[in-house]
Design a protein around this ligand. Sequence first.
Ligand SMILES: C[S@@+](CC[C@H](N)C(=O)[O-])C[C@H]1O[C@@H](n2cnc3c(N)ncnc32)[C@H](O)[C@@H]1O
Length: 249
Amino acid sequence: MTKQSLSAKKHPETTLRNSASTGDSKEPQVPDYLVKTYWWAYLHPRSVQIFERQWIVNLILWGNFSKLRDSALDAIGQRISGRTLQVACVYGNFTQKLAQRLSPGASLDVIDVAPIQLENLQKKLKDRKNVALSRQNASNLQFEDNLFDQVVLFFLLHELPEDVRAKTVREVLRVVKPGGKIVFVDYHRPVRLHPHRYIMRPILRYLEPYALDLWQNEITSWLTREDPPVRVEKQTYFGGLYQKVVMTR
Ligand SMILES: C[S@@+](CC[C@H](N)C(=O)[O-])C[C@H]1O[C@@H](n2cnc3c(N)ncnc32)[C@H](O)[C@@H]1O
């Protein structure tokens, strides 16, 4: 399957491709699950005002934001070359730190389905060179096959309903080159007797109805049989509450 590349040209500066302004009918709708479940976190204008604070995102991750961010970025490299895709915006300085690691000539694409999140990220990036933002659904990426050297998803999978999650995993494998890496950082089931196991279960069940899927299943369970990765490495953090999975295609 080959899809039209949205960003075949180099990125001279941060650009926001949002076809809302152009009336492009191919523009993805904000999915129902996001409206119903996460309006308070990502869609309401107040949500950006509230959550776009480094200390809040760090608190939500029990003080582990920087460690998990750096672990994800280190899996890609201290200096990042080639073309990188970040699937979905992240509150805090994740994307700025990623962009700082880009080597001359390297580029970063960030996609998100929510315009407010892309606008927020654009403000955070200011006029950073070689970063392009576009409005896309992770489960139906508008990039051609084998385009990216690496793809990163930071706490996205647990927010997706199972069918969207499976399609997203398939899509990121499609757009990464053979030999390229996909880095997932997300929730994971903590070890027995971990205090957060008992605190987080009701929180996640109440606020994030798809998140406990990541406690019950390995990320590899959403792979399809066609075109599996050649290598999968998993590491857990903070007593197992978080995981990093690196797939090499
Ligand atoms: C990466 S996730 C969670 C990140 C983390 N919890 C944080 O602190 O920001 C949040 C983002 O995913 C985006 N998102 C959710 N479903 C999506 C989808 N199907 N396609 C693209 N973006 C999606 C939301 O709009 C939101 O900006």
